[in-house]
Write a protein that binds this ligand. Structure first.
Ligand code: HXC
Length: 516
């Protein structure tokens, strides 16, 4: 009898979970439900739910009338591309997806299971942040989640999909993830909510300005992807997972499509056409990437932030690689504060998850100017040096044209730890551009000269002839090979193969101190 009663109670609770009124509330905001989102992400029929009956223990400030079984978050595991993953999906239609003690416990359980079992975790976030009624228990809940995420960092890939507000404490869950996905018009990520801002400054802010997808993808650089719809967004989450290993002890999945093989050519004369001979002319590095790597395999990350640098995954002969490239179309491909942050974080991700790095270098160096200096280019630029020097994955650098100054050191110097450095005949390796160099080292001669313009021109030419080629570096063994551009793909494939079993041990220490 008691069992029957209990079953009845449970059945009622299960029915409550699918309350049509609450589903409608969610629809009115133009959003999918928490469960629909899980179904979009996972392979059909693979989801196994955990803790559907967990409830808040608080009843104050009207919480007793608002609470539902599951406590505003669905958690469990399932498969994506036939690989195991752990997932949680917050339900805004219940108490605004806000996070209290038990809600947090459910998420912590998922992250810890994912870490212990070596599987990626994806958090689907739609939350008003710390549940006000639960006070300090909500804050402690976030603290426990953050600690679990930090413990899992570099062990398993962690992805956050923001599909609603990600307010207050909720914003640091994505903030601590490896990749953040957002959707135009429904996603928002901010520390301080609209009511608080209005109360403090009287300011009424637009949806987009308060941490919308555009702001975080093109200005703050906090997010990595933005999409027009949830469907496209979840499709992209599946796609990024197809490049990643399950955990830090595995290699990324190898995949060779027959179609790709059919279209790819070993020799490719188009590469020379893409990169103009005249060094001052810019070109689209993405066109070059398309030609060099496996067809249609390039998956760009942060495509709308710090456009002077390109980062992303691609396949080369079927193997996953991380690409770091200068985009000469924007700011001549210089390294500035934002591009340094973008590159350094990506390099550390690739190193954590055994993804070899390939640099495509064409840059006049770190961006000069007092603006950058005042904002801390030294601190930010140092991250790039640190990340590459620290990385023990295979590292290949290909110099296409300019590799000047600090950018040569960061992106191509064998002494920073590159395993193989390749140059095109058009490569130019120098401390700085010949114009600036002539003005510095021939300053006295130019001041004394009757025809300084002519002398300057001569000196620039002299420096150009000496430095603006890869042969000085090759004579010193700093460039391993100078190749014909048409052979780029095949040489990179062979070099990558040669580094497959690379081993490099690290010095025993607690951890280094990267300039943050
Ligand atoms: C408890 C909350 C809640 C919260 C929303 N709700 N946020 N309940 N705690 N943090 C409840 C609302 O009371 C409401 O309940 C339901 O969720 C839907 O919320 P609405 O306001 O009606 O929705 P909407 O108009 O779409 O506005 C969404 C919102 C707003 C902009 C996110 O709810 C909001 O401003 N929430 C607070 C955001 C915030 O400041 N969070 C920071 C918390 S502090 P009913 O029953 O009426 O449907 C924090 C500390 C850590 O997180 C900070 C570290 C950096």
């Amino acid at each position: 009898m008691a069992f029957e009663k209990e079953r009845e109670k449970l059945n009622k609770k299960i029915k409550d979970l699918e309350n049509p009124e609450l589903i409608e509330k969610q629809r009115q905001k133009g959003k999918l439900t928490a469960r629909e989102r899980i179904n979009l992400l996972l392979d059909p029929g693979s989801f196994v739910e955990l803790d559907p009956f967990v409830e808040t223990r608080f009843n104050n400030f009207g919480l007793d009338k608002k609470k539902f079984p599951g406590d505003a978050v669905i958690t469990g595991f399932g498969k994506v591309n036939n690989n195991q993953i752990y997932v949680y999906s917050q339900d805004f239609s219940k108490i605004g997806g806000s996070l209290g003690e038990m809600h947090a416990k459910k998420i912590v359980k998922i992250i810890n299971l994912a870490r212990k079992n070596g599987c990626p975790v994806t958090g689907i976030i739609d939350s008003g942040g710390a549940r006000i009624q639960e006070g300090i228990s909500s804050l402690d809940g976030y603290a426990a989640i953050f600690r679990a995420m930090i413990k899992a960092s570099g062990v398993i890939p962690q992805i956050s999909v923001i599909v609603g507000p990600s307010a207050g404490g909720a914003c640091y869950t994505p903030g601590l993830s490896d990749f953040i996905f957002m959707v135009q018009g429904i996603s928002q990520m901010y520390i301080t909510g609209p009511e608080v801002i209005k109360g403090v400054t009287g300011e009424k802010i637009s949806f987009e300005d308060l941490g919308g997808a555009n702001v975080h993808n093109s200005k703050s650089g906090c997010a990595h992807f933005s999409f027009d719809s949830e469907k496209e967004c979840f499709f992209a989450v599946k796609k990024i997972l197809s490049y990643l290993p399950q955990n830090n002890l595995e290699d990324p999945p190898k995949e060779r499509s027959i179609l790709a093989e059919f279209f790819e050519r070993e020799e490719n004369y188009r590469l020379q056409e893409i990169v103009p001979e005249k060094e001052e002319k810019s070109y689209d590095m993405k066109e070059l990437i398309e030609e060099v790597f496996d067809k249609k395999s390039f998956f760009e990350i942060q495509s709308r932030f710090a456009l002077n640098a390109i980062i992303g995954f691609a396949r080369l002969g079927g193997s996953v690689v991380g690409i770091v490239a200068n985009q000469t179309k924007f700011m001549a491909g210089t390294l500035d504060i934002n591009s340094s942050d973008k590159i350094a974080r990506f390099v550390r991700f690739c190193d954590s998850f055994n993804i070899p790095l390939i640099n495509l270098v064409d840059t006049p160096g770190y961006l000069p100017g007092t603006n950058q200096e005042k904002k801390g280019i030294i601190r930010h630029g140092a991250k790039v040096l640190y990340a590459f020097a620290e990385a023990t994955v295979p590292k290949i650098s290909l110099i296409l044209r300019k590799a000047f100054g600090g950018a040569y050191i960061a992106l191509a110097s064998r002494h920073l730890g590159y395993d193989i450095v390749i140059a095109w005949p058009s490569a130019q390796i120098a401390v700085m551009g010949p114009e600036q160099a002539a003005r510095i080292i021939y300053k006295k001669e130019l001041l004394k000269s009757k025809d300084p313009k002519k002398l300057e021109k001569e000196k620039i030419q002299e420096l150009k002839e000496y430095f603006l080629n890869p042969y000085q570096a090759a004579k010193l063994g700093q460039v391993d090979m100078i190749i014909h551009p048409k052979d780029t793909r095949i040489v990179l494939i062979k070099c990558l193969e040669s580094l497959v079993n690379k081993r490099e041990s690290k010095i025993a220490r607690k951890h280094g101190n990267i300039p943050l």
